[in-house]
Structures are given as structure tokens and as C-alpha cells.
Design a protein around this ligand. Structure first.
Ligand code: ATP
Ligand code: MG
Length: 252
């Protein structure tokens, strides 16, 4: 599904004044892209993602996915929030199934497979309050994947995870992406993560949020962090990121 994002302006009201958050954003993503978005805190990454998801329609411009303009959230756009947003009164497996019938054998099987993938075996009947932040985020990831969305939007999904779990889930996400060709748009503030996962890295700058660079990453998958070419590409992205970040710090 090709995604075309045209945001002329997005503003929020603050102290009865309008504050511009996004300015003149034009992006086109191809079907099957793995887009990563990096930028300083507050530059509007989550806002951009919510607009693409149809969770925020109060802006000037348009988002078109395939041949449809996005006007509201829908089942074909999965969203994983910065914080996990689980139902506290449901168990892990019930949270993953949510509104789908867990009693159905095929669904049961799919849920079990996903629990394996995100390594939550043994916690099927646990409640969110018994889970760590990272475990809760893994439940949220499984919940989104169960719905086999055409576009999966992920807002810093691995921010709360330890390094091992983070790297494991990055690889899981790549496997799923290679297998399903789901278009992924993932926000992160980790340059390493943006290069490890992305086919294109969108580097944003702030005040107001704009796109600074779109850098294609042509390294084949699976990628090796220790490879010299990986390090070179990473340094290249880091340089762009730091330049823009400095620029926005001076401006702010
Ligand atoms: N609902 C809202 N009402 C008013 N202002 C908002 C709202 N949501 C976001 N903002 C403001 O818009 C700007 C961008 O916020 P956003 O959450 O998109 O940033 P971000 O890049 O995701 O930051 P972070 O990396 O910290 O998650 C911030 O200045 C924030 O204060
Ligand atoms: Mg955010």
C-alpha cells in the first residue's frame, strides 16, 4: 500500500494560542517499505504517526493509503503506542485476542504462536499489573500482529525494553516484515535502531516539526551491527541527525 502524506500544517492550542507542531511535510512511502522516523523529543513524531493512523484528523492536508484517504482509524492500520495501553482487567491472552473469540481453535493457535514469538510463555493467564513494562509492550505487539494489518505504525515500541529483548524483538519484527511485506512505520530516538530496521530513515527536526532528510538504507537483510558498512551508514545518519538537532536547539 503506497502511503502519501501531505501535511501543510498541524497546530495544537496551548494557553489559548495556536502552536504549530508540524509544518509542510511531504512524504511518499512505497508498499512494503520499512520506514523509521527519528528526531528530537517533542518534534512531532507521535503526532505524525497519529495523523497517518487516522487517530488525529484535525490538521491541514491529507493522508492517502492505497487509493483511500485516511479519515479515521481502521482495522488495516495497526498502532502500537509509546505506552502499551492494555486492558487491566484482561489476562495476557485475552488482551491479545481483545474483541476476537479466543475460543475459536484457529485463533487460539494464532494467539499461542504469537505468545511464543514475543516470548511470553508461562504468562498467558497473567494480568497487566503482574507484568514489567517491556512484557506489557510485547503483549501490545502481539495484539497488533494478530490482526494482520496492512500498515503497522509503531511509536517507540521498544523504548522500555532491555537490550536483549529489544534486539530480539527487532529481529522478530524484521522476520514478520520480510514474510508479510506489511508496510512498517516505526518511530524511535535510537539512530542504531533506525538503521538496523529501516529501508528509509526519515530524520525530523523540531520547532516546528519538519522533515530534514529522508535517507535510503540499502543494506541487505539480515543486517549485522558489527559490519563496517553498517557502522558507516549509521555514522552517516548520526551526522545528519546531530546537525539537525543542533540546528533546532539553536533555533529553540
Ligand atoms: N494533545 C496535545 N495538545 C497540545 N499539545 C500537544 C498535544 N500532543 C502533542 N502536543 C505538543 O506537540 C509537540 C509534539 O508532540 P509529539 O508527542 O508529537 O512529539 P514526539 O516527537 O513524539 O516527542 P517524544 O519523542 O518525546 O515522544 C510537543 O510540543 C507537544 O507538547
Ligand atoms: Mg512521541
Amino acid at each position: 500500500m503506497e502511503i502519501k502524506v501531505e501535511i501543510k500544517e498541524k497546530a495544537f492550542m496551548k494557553d489559548q494560542k495556536s502552536v504549530q507542531v508540524l509544518d509542510d511535510i511531504h512524504l511518499t512511502f512505497n508498499s512494503g517499505d520499512f520506514i523509521t522516523v527519528i528526531g528530537p523529543s517533542g518534534c512531532g513524531k507521535s503526532t505524525l504517526l497519529k495523523i497517518i493512523a487516522g487517530l488525529d484528523v484535525d490538521y491541514e492536508g491529507s493522508v492517502v493509503i492505497g487509493s483511500n484517504e485516511v479519515k479515521k482509524p481502521s482495522i488495516d492500520k495497526g498502532f502500537i503506542f509509546q505506552e502499551h495501553r492494555l486492558f487491566p482487567w484482561l489476562t495476557v491472552e485475552q488482551n491479545i485476542a481483545a474483541n476476537l473469540p479466543l475460543k475459536k481453535p484457529e485463533l487460539r493457535e494464532q494467539v499461542n504462536q504469537l505468545i511464543n514469538i514475543v516470548r511470553l510463555n508461562g504468562f498467558e493467564k497473567a494480568y497487566p499489573k503482574e507484568l514489567s513494562g517491556g512484557m506489557s509492550q510485547r503483549v501490545a505487539i502481539a495484539r497488533a500482529l494478530l490482526r494482520e494489518p496492512k500498515v503497522l505504525l509503531l511509536d517507540e515500541p521498544f523504548g522500555a525494553l532491555d537490550a536483549f529483548t529489544r534486539q530480539h524483538l527487532q529481529d522478530v519484527l524484521i522476520d514478520i516484515w520480510l514474510e508479510t511485506k506489511t508496510t512498517m512505520i516505526l518511530v524511535t530516538h535510537d539512530v542504531d535502531e533506525s538503521v538496523y530496521l529501516g529501508t528509509k530513515v526519515v530524520v525530523m527536526k523540531s520547532k516546528p516539526g519538519k522533515v530534514g532528510h529522508v535517507i535510503p538504507i540499502e543494506l541487505p537483510f539480515p543486517r549485522q551491527r558489527t559490519d563496517q558498512t553498517f557502522q558507516e551508514v549509521r555514522n552517516h545518519v548520526l551526522k545528519h541527525f546531530e546537525q539537525l538537532d543542533q540546528y533546532s536547539a539553536v533555533e529553540g
